[in-house]
Design a protein around this ligand. Structure first.
Ligand code: BGC
Length: 715
């Protein structure tokens, strides 16, 4: 008679989904051989561009990473794909494969709507699962300290509360699809220039109250199965061997139960990294100087530099996240995707997060029925909308609408998603003459604008992973294009497709500006809906829009655009005062403040009241739609702690209101935004005293402050 062993399902007690993920992981771990443990703590690179002598491991889907299954014990493979804007890796690597691209991260953040973020996460997580992936390298939450950062389009702006809550919800959405989400890049990888060498220098209090607070909030809310440590150093130590970040903070203070995976090429040691808290080396056989988490780690174990208990803990953490996300019960297998439904999620994200920056004399919304002629100009709007470059780039159905633009290789290709605004604008105004001009011939563009009722000029700035912008300017003579068109027709509307803030020397000359960033799936329709008023813009900037680089904490970005980057970047200049806090504390007026955005209707905000229940302070405010169109408004609650020069966003809520409708909102204030991080006490501490609480429409458009008296306390 055969006896039940771990090889037979009957003897796999960890299969009991009623047990906690940790208990299940412990049972399974106890059955594993040392070689099986070593198999789980490293992934292989699964790109088809592997060298010939290192063929792709069998079973891997072309993508970012692969951990082979351990069939003896029924442990599924980990199939890892980028990233936060959709299933990127496999669609870029396999000709003909495609996925639904979400708009850029700042769009989701600009929605100020956690439900929008959750739906987007669930959509891309669901697509990943149906393409056979059970790990999505999604959850970018690096703060926008550097507006030139080439990856700002993967993140969620400058504010810890907004970024943390929005990215947390996106992660929760991904994990709801039985896919592990990987929050990244931990931490302070806030610029791409010198990302493999540079050390981010910043004090503990400042980082706890800014970048690390964004991670803390997003991890609490989203419960990602993994954390990706970053390429850079933090205070001199590589992020992937940083004891403070991984051991003390993440696993210690935050009690994070999941695993830390490295960024691809982010590991520099075996024993030091492992003892500092790194649990899995990603694609080390290709990207690291050597594969550390095999022979060198076995050596370190043999010498006693790494304890067996630590290796077991690494495996326990990986298994635990696999159980928690349901990877055993819900295997990721190929299944049909509802493309129309998913495109609608992408489009609705854009519609919730596009920001109307300017609208003089109500040039918008366009009255499509009355429009005789419309000029559409620039940025290949006849073919599609541009996307950001690098590992997060999703290839959409139909492929690249404008192939061949340099760089065509990493971090390219420059990709235009095939959702042409021109087609959608023609459908919006079927009776109008809607004509297109490329925009490279300024005179032709101006002539078309002059004979049209309205001109819509699309401008773009391609940004990408691994390279920062040299400055804030628009490339390719587009400033001159906008100026020429605006001169020919004052009813000029600019639609911005960009990764971060750009200078707008022509701003005063144009009628309207709509910010759509990289607008993603079905963007043409979304843009037409926003311009025609079918959808009322309700996005609010998740970042401060500087007038020029002289306003920034670091006007220069040495090494961007060439030259050797410096060994370190000084984030102590602004410390925790990232973005609007920097502007406010220095008395600088940005071009557009954090939280800013216009609507086609008007809102009134009632007086602010404070209420405390369950030990939580709430801001209570009535918001009314006093205009003639339905629309959504964001109530933003800021706090000025005693002695501070700047405000901090401490709570927010978005509300949709029909004309004449009003709603009373009760907005809980996040206690850590009222507190300071005390490094001596190693705790969040309320200074006590008079806190000024204020509600408003942006960080610069605030109502009457109300004083909140708080006693000193430790949270
Ligand atoms: C990026 C990560 C990405 C990884 C895998 C790295 O270059 O920094 O964000 O997840 O590659 O593609």
């Amino acid at each position: 008679m055969a006896t039940a062993t771990a090889e037979t399902p009957a003897a796999r007690p960890w299969s009991d989904a009623a047990m906690s993920p940790d208990a299940r992981a412990a049972l399974l771990l106890a059955q594993m051989t040392q070689d099986e443990k070593f198999q789980l703590i490293r992934s292989y690179y699964a790109g088809p561009d592997r060298p010939a002598d290192k063929p792709m491991p069998t079973g891997a889907i072309a993508s970012a990473g692969y951990v082979p299954p351990i069939e003896r014990l029924g442990i599924p493979a980990l199939k890892e794909s980028d990233a936060g804007l959709g299933v990127a890796s496999s669609t870029r690597m396999r000709p003909g494969d495609y996925a639904t691209p979400l708009p850029a991260g700042p769009v989701t953040a600009a929605s100020w709507d956690p439900q929008v973020a959750y739906r987007g996460g669930a959509m891309i997580g669901g697509e990943a699962h149906r393409k056979g992936f059970n790990v999505l390298l999604a959850g970018g939450v690096n703060l926008m300290r550097e507006p030139r950062n080439g990856r700002n389009f993967e993140y969620a702006g400058e504010d810890p509360l907004l970024s943390g809550t929005i990215v947390g919800e996106a992660i929760r959405g991904v994990e709801s699809a039985h896919v592990i989400s990987t929050i990244k890049h931990f931490a302070l990888n806030d610029q791409e220039t010198g990302r493999d060498t540079i050390s981010a220098q910043i004090g503990e209090q400042a980082m706890r109250e800014s970048d690390l607070l964004a991670f803390e909030l997003a991890i609490e809310r989203g419960k990602p199965g993994s954390v990706m440590c970053a390429y850079n150093k933090v205070n001199g130590d590589w992020a992937c061997e940083n004891d403070y970040l991984m051991n003390q903070l993440l696993k210690g203070d935050w009690k994070y139960p999941g695993f830390v995976m490295s960024d691809w090429g982010g590991v520099h040691s075996a024993a030091k990294a492992v003892n500092a808290g790194l649990d899995q080396e990603s694609a080390g056989e290709i990207f690291d100087k050597q594969l550390y988490f095999d022979a060198p780690l076995r050596d370190a174990l043999a010498k006693g530099e790494v304890k067996q208990a630590r290796l077991d803990n690494m495996v326990q953490r990986i298994l635990r996240s696999m159980f928690a996300a349901g990877l055993f019960e819900h295997p990721a297998t190929k299944a049909p995707i509802d493309e129309a439904a998913n495109l609608a999620v992408a489009r609705e994200t854009l519609e919730a997060g596009a920001v109307l920056l300017r609208n003089e004399h109500d040039v918008l919304p366009l009255d499509a029925a009355k429009l005789g002629s419309l000029a559409v100009i620039g940025a290949h709007a006849d073919k599609g909308v541009i996307a950001g470059g690098g590992s997060s780039l999703v290839s959409a159905k139909g492929g690249n609408a404008v192939p061949g633009i340099a760089p065509t290789a990493w971090p390219g290709p420059v990709m235009y998603h095939p959702y042409a605004p021109l087609t959608a604008l023609r459908a919006m105004a079927p009776k109008a003459s809607v004509q297109f001009a490329e925009g490279d011939d300024l005179a032709a563009a101006a002539a078309l604008a002059a004979k049209s009722d309205v001109a819509v000029v699309f401008v773009q700035k391609w940004q990408a992973e691994s390279i920062d912008a040299k400055d804030l300017s628009l490339p390719d003579n587009q400033d001159a294009l906008v100026a020429a068109v605006a001169k020919a027709n004052p009813r000029t509307i600019v639609v911005l497709e960009n990764g971060g803030p750009v200078a707008m020397p022509w701003l005063d000359q144009v009628g309207a500006v709509l910010e759509v960033w990289y607008p993603g799936g079905d963007a043409g329709t979304g843009i037409a809906n926003l311009l025609s008023g079918k959808v009322n813009p309700s996005g609010r900037l998740p970042l401060s829009w500087p007038r020029d680089v002289s306003q920034l904490p670091r006007p220069a970005l040495p090494g961007a655009g060439g030259g050797t980057p410096p060994a370190s970047v000084d984030y102590a200049i602004e410390g925790a005062d990232v973005g609007y806090r920097w502007f406010q504390s220095r008395g600088i007026k940005p071009l557009f403040p954090f939280g800013y955005g216009l609507s086609y209707t008007r809102f009134a905000h009632g007086p602010l009241k404070l209420a405390t229940h369950d030990n939580q302070v709430h801001a209570v405010v009535e918001v009314s739609n006093t205009g003639h169109r339905a629309g959504a408004e964001v109530a933003q609650v800021y706090v000025q702690v005693p002695g501070a020069k700047a405000h901090r966003l401490a709570g927010y809520a978005k509300v949709f209101l029909r004309p004449g409708e009003h709603r009373t909102l009760s907005i809980p204030l996040e206690r850590r935004l009222l507190a300071d991080f005390d490094t001596a006490k190693h705790a969040w501490v309320l200074r006590g005293g008079d806190y000024q609480v204020v509600e408003g429409r942006s960080s610069d458009d605030l109502g009457q402050p109300v004083t909140l008296k708080l006693a000193p306390a430790q949270l």
